[in-house]
Design a protein around this ligand. Sequence first.
Ligand SMILES: Nc1ncnc2c1ncn2[C@@H]1O[C@H](COP(=O)(O)OP(=O)(O)OP(=O)(O)O)[C@@H](O)[C@H]1O
Length: 278
Amino acid sequence: MSAPIITVTDLRKVFAAPRGSKGEDVVAVDGVSFELHPDECLAIVGESGSGKTTVARMIVGLETVTSGTVTVLGADRTAAPRSLAARRERAREVQYVFQDPYSSLNGRQRIGEVIMSNLRLHAKAVGARPTEGTVKQRAQGILDSVGLPQRFFDRLPRELSGGQRQRVAIARALAADPKVIVLDEAVAALDVSIQAQILNLLADIKAERQVSYLFISHDLAVVNQISDRMVVMENGVIVDHGATAELLAHPTHPYTRSLRAAVPGPGWKPTRREKLAS
Ligand SMILES: Nc1ncnc2c1ncn2[C@@H]1O[C@H](COP(=O)(O)OP(=O)(O)OP(=O)(O)O)[C@@H](O)[C@H]1O
């Protein structure tokens, strides 16, 4: 098997109680280890507060690491980036798509400019000087690849639906041509039918490009559709891991079983992923 793109080893995060408060420190993540391989979708699942987002934020350098290590493409990424250039270098490797596409998009920036500014940023960082015409052409291509018509190029985020805005957030991530996209509850705010469209889009993108997903979700029905493997977190600790289809068809760990049991009946079928792939 080829070398992992991301390796996290014995990752731990403690949030200190505010100074002067009588509160206790929060151990959000405790001894988490896993690997993300090329072209795979690894899901991190668990209930609210289990530590999923904190793991992702440590991987992209948005949160400091208390102990343990993060390696991305063979480079140690445990320490927080020290400069803007270092932060951008990391962003070229790993892009982050947030749950709420509205607050993550600049309300005054038109959709085409959202994509073009990320294209310019990352082209500049690798010393390329594409013309404005080339940048625009690439941005139009990316808009097309996320299934949005060209007339959206000049629109503002508020003129788009939630699903369309999430397509723009994905387009912005693609503009960096990353090796990994972290999708943090990226479809949680969307209606089920729109969720399915975005999941199909993500599957298409992954089939076309060399990109891996770290897919964070509390929703096993969604995870079942998109991920190859999953790790299950409870109270900051990985309590279960394995191939998604296998783990969900035959959950053995009590926590995975309880999560699985909490999935609403209609629409839930362990074979749905095969259907999506067909
Ligand atoms: N900045 C912070 N300061 C203090 N505690 C925090 C901070 N961020 C997260 N926590 C705590 O760390 C724990 C894990 O939170 P985290 O957001 O990683 O969980 P999660 O599984 O992603 O949940 P959710 O899906 O609700 O975001 C929680 O107890 C949370 O309250």
